[in-house]
Design a protein around this ligand. Structure first.
Ligand code: MG
Length: 387
């Protein structure tokens, strides 16, 4: 079955890997739209390879330069902060890969649903911040949301053919990141370079920092709550250092189903793009006899306070998960630019959560207001830390 797709966030880690998967399935997948931020070098190559109808570039200056570069091509170029939403609304596509990092991916995801597209969702932040709104939209428009996050793809695969009422727990695996064995004191001194070195997965910068704090797992608990309509007390995270078991589902009879595979995001991307079919893959096969041992440990919520905050936001609901996410996005930016320390990330997120007056999170207005409030709060508090 041929699929026409738009890739939102095409020059990022998930976006470029999506196009690798699309290349492998070239006869079945047509790229009709691409949206990027400002990386026009990569974007130009993608546009020349795929010849999409429409290209969106968020950064207006970059869009101007890009127009000059591709004068020889017949392509519509849109720019500005709504560029990705315009590409998301493109009527000739039937599936949107939503891979814009952070809450910037929220509106384009909503627009893609409203214009009748199946969603392959990598932007977990959209569900964390506005899960109820996104899922309500999807059900109103009859659109499916297919997970591209490896953990959620695993759970999605394990759940197929099962009724959600037969599930006792969803168990998300976490590699633990590069600092899983560090003491709290050692963690205070972690540098940006150290945090960007992930032991098992190759990913974009923001999600790699989130994996080092375990905030990524915190966000994924909330993502799972919305994707699978699961009660918050039935979602758990375990440390699984090998990253071979991508996640598990425990059923009421005590059985646990797991999905295993190599540490390659293209596996989850391909599953979403080819769903409901399982296509021949080009990812490395794993040899379990070479892996040898699979281990599972309870995460330390004292050392990894970001994960504790994730459980708290998951259980509280409303606008608190949005604050967790937005405060984190802001704090990660400040850490990467050297303005705060590694442990300040979770500290600032916690302060923001404690100071926030939680609303029910049922309107987009509430969510966007909470987002702005949390960012502002973190910037102010970070200035107070004054590094
Ligand atoms: Mg993940």
């Amino acid at each position: 079955m041929a699929r026409s797709i738009v890739v939102l966030g095409s020059t990022g880690s998930i976006g470029t890997q999506t196009l690798e998967v699309a290349k492998w399935h070239r006869s079945d997948i047509k790229i009709v739209g691409l949206a990027a931020g400002r990386n026009i070098d990569v974007l130009e190559k993608q546009v020349r390879t795929w010849r999409p109808q429409i290209v969106g570039i968020a950064h207006p200056g970059a869009a101007g330069l890009f127009r000059d570069r591709v004068r020889d091509l017949d392509v519509e170029i849109v720019s500005g902060e709504d560029a990705a939403s315009t590409v998301a609304s493109c009527t000739t596509a039937d599936l949107a890969v939503c891979a814009i990092v952070g809450i910037d991916g929220l509106m384009p995801t909503i627009r893609a649903i409203e214009s009748g597209k199946t969603i392959a969702l990598a932007t977990k932040e959209a569900l964390v911040a506005a899960g109820q709104i996104v899922m309500d939209k999807a059900s109103r428009y009859g659109m499916e949301i297919l997970p591209v996050d490896s953990e959620h793809s695993a759970i999605f695969q394990c759940l197929r053919g099962h009724d959600i009422t037969s599930v006792r727990r969803l168990i998300l695996t976490a590699s633990g990141g590069p600092f899983v064995d560090l003491s709290k004191e050692e963690m205070e001194a972690v540098t940006v370079e150290e945090a960007l070195r992930h032991p098992t997965w190759s990913m974009g910068a923001k999600v790699t920092i989130d994996s080092a704090t375990l905030m990524n797992k915190a966000l994924e608990l909330i993502e799972a709550r919305w994707l699978f309509g699961m009660d918050s007390h039935k979602i758990h995270a375990v440390i699984h250092r090998q990253s071979i078991v991508h996640s598990m589902v425990e059923f009421i009879d005590g059985s646990i189903l797991a999905q295993l595979g190599s540490q390659d995001m293209r596996l989850a991307i391909q599953y979403a793009l080819c769903f409901p079919n399982r296509a021949r893959g080009f990812c490395d096969k794993i040899d379990l006899t070479e892996v040898g041992t699979l281990t599972f440990e309870e995460p330390d919520l004292q050392r990894f306070s970001a994960l504790r905050l994730g459980y708290e936001a998951l259980r509280a609901g409303g606008t608190l998960p949005c604050v967790l996410n937005s405060a984190n996005e802001e704090a990660v930016g400040l850490f990467m630019s050297g303005q705060i320390g590694f442990c300040d990330i979770a500290r600032l997120v916690e302060e923001a959560m404690l100071s926030h007056e939680t609303l029910d999170g049922s309107s987009l207005d509430q969510v966007l207001t909470a987002d702005l409030w949390a960012r502002e709060y973190v910037r102010k508090q970070a200035g107070r830390i004054g590094r």
